[in-house]
Design a protein around this ligand. Structure first.
Ligand code: SAM
Ligand code: SF4
Length: 462
């Protein structure tokens, strides 16, 4: 019987990229990917457990899939919920046959053999890989922008976070293997690379070269054919000035930094064990403000951490005003298994967390609306990602990671996808920009061409 698989992904970009690696491995093992559960002989859920809601989603899926299992389908739970719950998943969902965390994906072919042999309880739960999972069989979804993991796991211990338990200790790849992969990606036509890691800037080259993150970042940006390099997520504690110097010196490095602050109150940051104060965080913001190229800064915010007083919360709102983020992700604190903050007193009621998150989002919306209006009239270099036929519009992304929908005289909906072009911003809302496409830029070559007034587009953004 033909082996087919359906895979659904929950959570962050690391999980999306893990799915690309798992997909490549399955295809290499003779499986064919299908679009629906009905067509599949094997169903994979690549799960997220960062907040309770994300975890519940997979158990809801499993609840509804019991009947499919009776028809002989194989169910696999992989990723963070698998690592966190382990064997308990078999008790909660007895029709699941494979439970494996991300540190065990290198053993996936071996686990598939065990499944094939009829084993109904296959697990991969040890942190047995000393190196980051790297496979030549990665099946990437996007033909122009490629994810590239440089470091896996996390050696920090934020008191609210499950990641150190679900993804294990930090393992960096060698700089040589990262550069090799970047070259292979450029040779296959990718022009944009996004370097990934839970704390991407904690990268430490395990080879004798001993590159730090800034050195690696700059080197990836100099691979011929690569025009844009992004990176996420940066931890403030390990965010050093050479990263800004690299962005200043190398126009292929996108001028966008995602630097999650979590809270504006040093007291809360301390309880979160974030390893920096508000002042130290603001020092990093100052470095970015003083950069030669204006750098877009985005962040994550948690509201309602145990013990967060009204004054602490106000400090977070004040910080939003002070930094003027380009955009943020905001979350209500969610108590997670095994984490240190579970035992803290003074838990904040859910209605209060809801009130706080709404205030954060309202404040940020106003900041973004103001920032976006100030961009009207500027010219941005855009990487064209999609064409929306119904609206007759293209969608692209600027170096600062802004989404822009635009029209262009050339209305042949696919030819521009993957190219870089200049777009004049003509309208702005709180979460996106609209514009009109100017002449097409050559796909590769100079990174930012001067416009008619001789000012480079990225220098005009602010
Ligand atoms: N390593 C990154 C850092 O330290 O900034 C963050 C990675 S984590 C996967 C992504 C985001 O999820 C965090 O920045 C935090 O805002 C949020 N998060 C993590 N644990 C959470 C929890 N228990 N409740 C609410 N939000 C949480
Ligand atoms: Fe979680 Fe903190 Fe590690 Fe980020 S640094 S993944 S928030 S433990």
């Amino acid at each position: 019987m033909e082996k087919t698989f359906y895979i659904e992904t929950f959570g962050c970009q690391m999980n999306v990229h893990d799915t690309e690696k798992v997909t490549g491995t399955l295809v290499q093992q003779g499986f064919r990917q299908v679009d629906t559960i009905e067509e599949a002989s094997h169903v994979f859920y690549n799960t997220c457990s960062i907040r309770d809601k994300a975890e519940q989603k997979v158990f809801n899926r499993l609840q509804h899939s019991k009947r499919d299992a009776a028809k002989g389908k194989v169910f696999a739970v992989i990723g963070c919920v698998a690592q966190q719950e382990g064997q308990k998943i078999f008790d909660r969902a007895p029709h699941v046959s494979l439970v494996a965390g991300s540190a065990s994906y290198a053993r996936l072919p071996e686990m598939l053999v065990q499944l094939e042999a009829g084993n109904k309880r296959v697990t991969g739960l040890a942190f047995d890989a000393t190196e980051a999972f790297d496979t030549p069989f990665t099946r990437r979804d996007n033909p122009h922008r490629a994810y590239l993991t440089i470091i896996e796991g996390c050696d920090k211990a934020c008191s609210y976070c499950v990641v150190p338990f679900t993804r294990g200790p930090e393992r960096s790849r060698t700089s040589a293997s990262v550069i090799d992969e970047a070259k292979r990606l450029a040779d296959s036509g990718y022009t944009e690379i996004q370097l990934l890691g839970q704390n991407v800037n904690s990268y430490r080259d395990p080879s004798r070269d001993s590159w730090d993150f800034a050195t690696l970042l700059d080197a990836v940006g100099r691979v011929p054919g690569i025009r844009r390099v992004r990176f996420t997520t940066s931890h403030p504690r390990d965010f050093h000035k050479p990263i800004i110097d690299a962005i200043d010196a190398n126009p292929n490095l996108c001028n966008h930094v995602h630097l999650p602050v979590q809270s504006g109150s040093t007291k809360v940051l301390d309880a979160m064990r974030r390893l920096y104060t508000r002042e130290q965080y603001m020092e990093r913001i100052e470095w970015m403000r003083n950069a030669k190229r204006p750098i877009a800064i985005t962040s994550d915010i948690i509201v309602g951490f145990p013990g967060e007083t009204e004054d602490d919360f106000q400090a977070t709102l004040d910080l939003l005003e002070e930094v003027q983020y380009e955009s943020i992700f905001s979350f209500k604190y969610s108590p997670r298994p095994n984490t240190a903050s579970l035992t803290l007193g003074d838990q904040i009621p859910d209605e209060e967390k809801t009130r706080r998150i709404m205030m954060v989002q309202e404040r940020q919306r106003a900041i973004q609306a103001k920032r976006n209006v100030s961009l009207v009239g500027t010219i941005e270099e855009v990487n064209v990602e999609a064409y929306h036929e119904a609206a007759g519009q293209w969608m692209g992304r600027t170096s600062r990671n802004r989404t822009i929908n635009f029209r262009h005289a050339n209305d042949d909906g696919s030819r521009l996808i993957g190219t870089y072009m200049h777009v004049r911003v003509t309208g702005a809302g709180p979460s996106s920009l609209s514009g009109e496409g100017l002449s097409e830029q050559p796909l590769l070559g100079e990174s930012v061409a001067p416009d008619a007034e001789g000012i480079s587009s990225s220098a005009r953004v602010m």
